[in-house]
Design a protein around this ligand. Structure first.
Ligand code: 4AD
Ligand code: MG
Length: 480
């Protein structure tokens, strides 16, 4: 008997047929006459009910069908007597593929806290919440590839090991084969990287953008979708040391084309999840509603999860410049008693997350595309505007998340770019390959980066970024 997935049975409801299911026991209820086993195989959020008659299935086997055990069940699909499900399986035979000692199995058939589940990340995907999150994450990743493929963009796999620090923030993880306790030294006493595997210093990539720009100068419209690494020591619910980023890069696009693409793309992948993850989103919607009940009234969100996703997918984002945003913030009173912890009095200051959240959650109540930031607080590669003070940057801010996208039109003018690099102390000789794109066949181009986990957070309604990636890497966490 070939295995059939629970999702297939629910979709096709093959009443009268004999099928074989394989999956893990979520719960078991027994009385003298019958045992009910809720089986889950991960294909869908729904547990499938197995009805086991103790005159057919031995007591010894039934005892082993404890929470966490893995079973192979052959039986007949019958119409269900109980409410809640259309069909169930009358077991003819049960084979216990893998036992789980109920005394030792950490997952009990009750609600565990997300903090506790983070400690057992190797098992947490076996819960309803996490299996739903990872099915939605999969759907979003698929939607990303589908969106760009349908638009004729090419997927470029940029390197994970590189020598460049694209964002220039100096927060890279070093990659070396040298014994750093006893490294080879140069005459001057510095570490001699010529003896290293790559014969130079190297690090894990912080962004595929610069290599993406090289590809866009040949294939016109490309995207990368890969892991990126940042050794920033920010222990927040929005930061990971290893996260996945989607970075499209397009020749012949200006800043406005870039904004149009980003808005269309974000709406598309949210709509894709709405269209393809119905039962998981319904479950996560209820989970979030439960969680919200525990919060004080004024901190609860006004919309349910699915309602919020539809709203974002169907409404225009707000677009405004940094300068306009500063004016709004200066004139705002975020709550009656106190102002922001950090007041923005001067044009030029970077926005703190409380400012971003005020703009999206209180003032506009919509996603916001913020553009034209002061050049001092943005990266060297962003195109300078004619005012000499701002660059053609864009950040997209989402309710409940803050910054979800960062991007810009790129500086394609060699003289302006090299002058900016000089001002920012970025060594030009090491970036000769990047500058070559400005020397040979330069053209206006633009791109952006979407932090994939921040999008998964938004769509699943989870509140900590550690709960939307299978094995989060954060300060002090890299065990498995
Ligand atoms: O704003 P960032 O640093 O921009 C870049 O890396 C550009 N090279 C992108 C481009 O133009 N091609 O990062 C882009 C996005 C952020 O908006 C955020 O969503 C996410 O990446 N991000 C993080 N997500 C999780 N953990 C972190 N530590 C993150 N840092 C950035
Ligand atoms: Mg950014």
């Amino acid at each position: 008997n070939k295995r059939v997935k629970i999702k297939t049975i629910l979709d096709e409801s093959p009443v009268g047929k004999e099928v074989t299911l394989m999956g893990w026991v979520r719960t078991k209820r027994s009385n003298k006459n019958v045992s009910f086993i809720a089986l889950n195989d991960g294909s869908t959020i729904t547990n499938y009910q197995i009805v086991a008659d103790p005159t057919i299935i031995s007591e010894d086997i039934l005892k082993k069908c404890a929470t966490g055990a893995c079973l192979k069940v052959t039986g007949t699909v019958v119409e269900s007597q109980g409410a809640g499900q259309a069909s169930e399986l009358n077991a003819i035979s049960i084979q216990v593929l893998g036992e789980a000692d109920p005394e030792k199995y950490p997952l009990q058939p009750k609600r565990h806290s997300l903090e506790f589940l983070r400690e057992i990340a190797h098992l947490r995907m076996r819960t309803n919440t996490f299996s739903a999150v990872f099915r939605v994450r999969h759907a979003l990743a698929f939607a990303v590839n589908k969106y760009f493929n349908d638009k004729g963009f090419f997927y470029i796999h940029t390197p994970i090991i590189t020598a460049s620090d694209a964002e220039g923030a100096g927060e890279t993880f070093k990659v070396t084969t040298l014994d750093l306790k006893n490294p080879p030294l140069t005459k001057d006493g510095d570490i001699d990287y010529r003896e290293d595997f790559f014969e130079r210093e190297a690090n894990l990539t912080v962004s595929g953008q610069l290599e993406g720009e090289l590809a866009a100068m040949a294939l016109s419209e490309i995207y990368t979708f890969g892991p990126t690494f940042r050794a920033e020591n920010s222990n927040t619910a929005r930061h990971l040391a290893e996260f996945w980023m989607i970075e499209p890069e397009m020749a012949f696009y200006d800043a406005e084309d870039n904004q149009d693409l980003a808005e269309d793309f974000l709406k598309y992948i949210i709509q894709y999840a709405l269209d393809n993850c119905g039962s998981d989103l319904e479950f996560l919607d209820k989970r979030l509603a439960e969680e919200e009940k525990g919060k004080p009234q004024d901190q609860r969100s006004e919309m349910g999860l699915v309602e919020k996703l539809k709203f974002v997918a169907e409404n225009e984002f707000v677009r405004l410049t940094y300068t306009e945003a500063i004016d709004i913030l200066r004139n705002s009173k975020p709550n009656k008693k106190k102002k922001f912890a950090y007041l923005i009095d001067e044009w030029g200051a970077d926005l703190q997350s409380e400012h971003e959240r005020y703009l999206v959650e209180k003032h506009f109540k919509k996603p916001v595309i913020l553009t034209d930031y002061p050049k001092e607080i943005k990266s060297f590669y962003m195109r300078q505007n004619d005012d000499g003070k701002t660059v053609a940057a864009m950040d997209i801010l989402f309710p409940g998340i803050g910054e979800i996208v960062g991007g810009s039109q790129r500086e394609e003018r060699l003289d302006v770019l090299t002058q900016r690099m000089e001002e920012m102390n970025i060594p030009q000789d090491e970036m000769w390959w990047y500058l070559d794109t400005r020397r040979f066949g330069a053209t206006p181009h633009a791109g952006f980066g979407l932090g994939f986990e921040r999008m998964v957070l938004f769509v699943t309604g989870m509140s900590n970024i550690r709960d939307v990636i299978a094995f989060p890497r954060t300060p002090g966490n890299a065990e498995f």
